[in-house]
Design a binder for this molecule. Sequence first.
Ligand SMILES: *[C@@H]1O[C@H](CO)[C@@H](O)[C@H](O)[C@H]1NC(C)=O
Ligand SMILES: *[C@@H]1O[C@H](CO)[C@@H](O)[C@H](O)[C@H]1NC(C)=O
Ligand SMILES: *[C@@H]1O[C@H](CO)[C@@H](O)[C@H](O)[C@H]1NC(C)=O
Ligand SMILES: *[C@@H]1O[C@H](CO)[C@@H](O)[C@H](O)[C@H]1NC(C)=O
Length: 460
Amino acid sequence: MMTRLVVITYVLSQILIGSAISQNDPDVLDYLTRYGYMEEEEDDGSFASLRSIDPLTKAIKEFQKMAGISVTGEITDETRKWMKMPRCGLSDNVDKSYAGRKKRYVLDDSKWEHTDLTYKLTRSARASLNRSMVEKELQRAFDAISKHTPLTFTPSSNNIVDINILFGDQEHGDCFPFGPGVLAHAFMPPTGDVHFDDEHNFTYHDPDGIELFQVALHEFGHSVGLHHSEVNGSVMAPFFIGYIPSFDLHEDDIAGIQKIYGPRMTGIKPDICQDSTIDAITATKDGKTYVFKGDYYYRLNSNGDDIDPGYPREIYADWEGSTGPVDSVLTLKDGYTYIFKGFKYRRYENMRFVDGPRLIEERFPGIPNDIDAAFVWGGNEKLYFIKGNEYWRCCGDRCDYSVPSPISLWGMRNRIDAVFQWTNGRTYFFQNESYYRYNDDTETVDSGYPKPTGFYWLGC
Ligand SMILES: *[C@@H]1O[C@H](CO)[C@@H](O)[C@H](O)[C@H]1NC(C)=O
Ligand SMILES: *[C@@H]1O[C@H](CO)[C@@H](O)[C@H](O)[C@H]1NC(C)=O
Ligand SMILES: *[C@@H]1O[C@H](CO)[C@@H](O)[C@H](O)[C@H]1NC(C)=O
Ligand SMILES: *[C@@H]1O[C@H](CO)[C@@H](O)[C@H](O)[C@H]1NC(C)=O
């Protein structure tokens, strides 16, 4: 890509020799060069005057089409106005070799080969929005794409992630310094990285501001393989035209990403009776019991022996901000339900989103990432976390038993998938397709266990 950029610049300095407009309008020429309106492949050292169509007029027309203004081929005031519009730093014209292409989305020839993408915010904004706001808005933008494709986007603290996101200034380490008016730029798959220009103040719901969500959603469109679109109102139009409440993917954008990845398969629901291993289970404040497995969740009936009609449903559709598979779900006595995933959690009251994502280490210091289970034990009302063969204990906000104990102390072996206290006050441990009932008085597993989860809880 670096190579390509150099070539364009070089070519233009030659093409424009002898063009009257070029001398008078360096900014316009610079703009048209920068955003790919001049054709690189035609250059072989020949002069512009030998061409059949004046490349500058053609470029201006192309730009006017992209901006949705009158196509005159001349630099009108309106043309200048649109060239001053804050925008994405990526080129607009990718392949002009075929004329008369329909006005619609443009696909890159690259795509992600896996759908469970990870991302990391390596450097957040310096001054505008705080980190938790930025993270929330980024996830909201990713969710807008997940909703229409099989792609999922999960924050990760690993060194290697699919999409690295950072806020930087000018030359920020990728050899593509932000130009004037550029808000952000992104790389096509399989790079996918997104860089925001930190010299702009990104905002949240400020009518006069630069809405981070809108810019992020546009850039993420590039991250998954879309180029700029000429369709008015599409997210992939290159310009930021101001804050738009309820901004979302346009049908043109959706058609584009679904052309690459297909739609989200909502019709095919997994059969939990085929494999009744679960990821998490919790009883929320209102007494409802929910089981989480993969991308889906299930509500149990009040007897806790069957799934309510209408389930499973997709986690992302109802638990705002969360996507499956989750690590663990916990409801505390204060009524808040915590969904844990990776190194973060989100908080809900029943199914209403309250806050997050937040770092586990901030709220529960000493607790590891990627936990398997979390529960409050009726025996002492203390909070426990399980990961692998070990558990950690917390009391209120203090999880000071930073040295974990073996889960064999609970009479358990191997990895536990989920634990919770049901409305009858008993504690249940779920492992593979079975569950154990724990006796809080004798502090042992009740006799007769394990029993099959599918038969006793899920109505299989
Ligand atoms: C693009 O859409 C906006 C509103 O969505 C409208 O105000 C504007 O006139 C449209 N522009 C064109 C060229 O159709
Ligand atoms: C971040 O900013 C939001 C909105 O301004 C505010 O509600 C929130 O408390 C801030 N969070 C932190 C951790 O400062
Ligand atoms: C961004 O905000 C800071 C502090 O509020 C201000 O000093 C700066 O001028 C703003 N920058 C822009 C580009 O608006
Ligand atoms: C649970 O499944 C894992 C692999 O899926 C297996 O290694 C383990 O032995 C199983 N545990 C029990 C108790 O069956």
